[in-house]
Ligand binder design. Sequence first.
Ligand code: NAD
Ligand code: ZN
Length: 273
Amino acid sequence: MDEGRAIISPRRRPPLPELDRAIEEAARLIAGSRHVVSLVGAGLSAESGVPTFRGPEGLWTKHGEPDLRDYDRFVEDPKRWWEMRQERGSRFAELAQALDTAVPNDGHFALRDLEEMGRLKHIITQNIDNLHQIAGSQAITEIHGNRTKLRCVACNHRWPYEGFPIDELPPKCPDCTNGIVKGDTVMFGEPIPRDALDECINQTRRCDCMLLIGTSAVVYPAAQFPVDVKNGGGVLIEVNPNETPLTGLCDVVLRASAGEALTGVVERLQTSA
Ligand code: NAD
Ligand code: ZN
C-alpha cells in the first residue's frame, strides 16, 4: 500500500477527520492536474433513488444476472424488439420506474460545479439516465447511451425519443435512409458506438487525474480507462462507499456517498481558490 494513501475502511461509517483528510488530498490532486476526467457509474445516481446493478443493494445482487443476448435478439428481429419496448419486462420494471421520476442529486450538481470552476474537463458516464444534462454538465460522453434518445445503428445519428416519427416498425434512419433506428441505450452484447468510444480514448489519453465515481469498475471497456491513466503516470481518486477491483490502484479513496464526498471536494476547492 502506498505511503500516505488515505484509505478508509468500507465496513463502517468513516470517522469525519479521516474523510476530511481524504477530501483535502483529493482537492489537492485535482487542483494540481491539467485535465481531470470523471468516470461515472450507477452509484452516482443511487442517491437519486435509481438502483445500481451491483453492490449490496444492486438489482443483480438481488435478482441474479440477466440474459446477455439482448443485442442478438434485436438484430434477429428488430420489429419484435420495438413491439416489446412498450411492454417493459418485469425484471427492469423497478429500474424503469425509478428512472422515470429521478432528479439529479448533490453529486451531479457537484460535478456541474467542478466543470464550471474549470477543474473538470470531461465526464465519461456509464449511466443512461440523462441526470448529468439535467444538472447542467456540458462535456459528457455517454458510453452506454441515453435512455431519452434514439440512435441509428448504421451512422450513429441520435435524436430525442420524444417527437421522433415512428411510422413503421422498425423505424428507418432519415439521414442515411437504410440504417435501423433503436434506443440509444447500449444493450447487453452490443458494441459501444464508435464515436463514443473514440471520445473516451481521446479523453483518457489527455487525462492526468481520473475520478472514479460510483462504478464497480468491472464493465469493459470502461474499467480499462483508469488503468491506462495510471500507466500513463496519472492519478486516480475513487469515490465509492465500497471497495472495487480498482481500489488498490487509487491514490486517494473517499469511502462515502458521491453526494457527500463530491460536495466536500467542491467546498474545499472553493475555500482554497
Ligand atoms: P454497478 O451497478 O456495477 O456498481 C455501482 C457502484 O456504485 C458499486 O461499486 C457501489 O458500491 C457504488 N455505490 C453505491 N451507492 C453509491 C453512492 N451513494 N455513491 C457512490 N457510489 C455508490 O454500476 P456500474 O459500474 O455503472 O456498471 C453497471 C452498468 O449498469 C453501467 O454500465 C450502466 O450502464 C448501467 N446502469 C445505469 C444506471 C443509471 O443510468 N443510473 C443504473 C443502473 C445500471
Ligand atoms: Zn443512419
